[in-house]
Design a binder for this molecule. Structure first.
Ligand SMILES: [Mn+2]
Length: 383
């Protein structure tokens, strides 16, 4: 072997033993994204949980809120409702909670100061936790909805963490098809009475069960297109409720729209935004629900399928993710007692998780509204 090759071979051998990569000194340091090293064992900080550990919404702590014993107190609880046997079109929303949590992995309490308002809603007065999913049977809708009723009752019956601000913990549900909003409204009624619903959706969802499904059987009349009719029938909804983003056709314009009004709703249509802008939509909604407690339900199909393809009943001609977030954030000051994001069916999403990312950010906005405006409960709760 020529001497020059020998030198090269020995240099390579030296290189392969030098495995430690040393970077030049820098004039600063990176704050850990989450957690701080306990110092139990010297070395790298592995206490950080971002993209590691089990996936909760926004890397929040998991609490077994449905436990029979006492748990760490919280003020705002995220809970999944894996239920999709109330749909009239594409199923798949039972995997919505998992999809939304996956879409939220980049969000963390340590890195959430908004460039719009300078606030980090995870770091104000409220303890926000993820309760995991409600155990719902997929074989009987009546039983599943009873299980979800009880889930809401148990989670909201615990004593809040920061009782000096608000005594009743509030819940944000990750759907699930839209039927899952009904148990949530029953639960907010128990604590705060009837509410104005701000319902972001491309569909009315106030269909008379006798028109949609109920002709088949009483059981079939309880579904994701009739739950607002049923909520009205049960007296859970005030006449100051609003739909926002409506664009899907109706079967009978005289009956459907009249019936919708009778259920307590007024309508902002999707294309109204072109005329009055996000500021105009915000003004209508804010004025419309003034002085009442508010429940915000976001059917992800309010977005155009370009921004949310992964949903059961997609309708073209919808709002953008930015427009929806602007409108949601614009509702600050409203007394939001509960909220949800529903109809996310991850199987129809794309590799970029477009729908899941949008849904995760919508949940973030709902948390912001709840933290911004605490709500006093009228019913006292026990520990
Ligand atoms: Mn809906």
């Amino acid at each position: 072997m020529a001497p020059s090759l020998l030198v090269l071979a020995s240099t390579l051998a030296l290189t392969t033993t030098a495995r430690e990569i040393t970077f030049p000194l820098i004039a600063g340091f990176q704050q850990p994204l989450t957690g701080y090293d306990s110092g139990l064992v010297p070395g790298e900080d592995i206490s950080a949980a971002l993209y590691a550990g089990l996936t909760t919404y926004a890397n929040l702590p998991y609490v077994h809120c449905l436990s029979n014993s006492s748990v760490e107190p919280y003020d705002i609880a995220i809970v999944g409702a894996p239920f999709d046997t109330g749909v009239t079109a594409r199923p798949g929303a039972r995997f919505g909670p998992k999809g939304i949590r996956d879409g939220s992995r980049r969000i963390s309490p340590q890195f959430s100061y908004s460039v719009y308002n300078g606030r980090n809603f995870f770091r104000e007065w409220a303890t926000v936790v993820d309760c995991g999913d409600a155990p719902l049977t997929f074989l009987d809708n009546t039983v599943a909805l009873k299980q979800l009723d009880k889930t809401h009752r148990v989670i909201s019956a615990r004593r809040a963490a920061n009782t000096t601000v608000a005594k009743v913990p509030r819940i944000i549900t990750l759907g699930g098809d839209h039927t899952t909003t009904l148990p949530a409204l029953r639960s907010t009624f128990d604590h705060w009475g009837a509410v104005s619903v701000i319902h972001f959706d491309s569909h009315l969802d106030t269909w008379d069960p006798s028109v949609l499904g109920g002709g088949l059987s009483h059981y079939a009349g309880v579904n994701h297109g009739t739950f607002l009719h049923i909520a009205h029938e049960e007296g859970l909804v005030l006449n100051s409720s609003w739909h926002a983003g409506i664009r899907a056709p109706v079967s009978n314009p005289k009956y459907d729209l009249k019936h919708d009004k009778a259920c307590g709703f007024q309508i902002v249509r999707a294309r109204d935004l072109d005329k009055i802008g996000t500021a105009g939509v915000i003004e209508k909604l804010r004025k419309g629900v003034e002085g009442t407690k508010v429940y915000i339900s976001v059917d992800i199909d309010v977005l155009d399928p370009a921004f949310a393809p992964a949903t059961g009943t997609a309708e073209v001609g919808g709002w953008t993710t930015r427009e929806l977030l602007t409108i949601l954030d614009g509702l600050s000051g409203a007394e939001v007692v509960g909220g949800d994001v529903v109809e996310v069916a991850p199987i129809y999403d794309n590799p970029g998780e477009t729908t899941a990312l949008a849904a995760a950010e919508v949940v973030h906005s709902l948390i912001g509204l709840m933290v911004d405006t605490p709500v006093k409960g009228k019913v006292s709760t026990s520990a």
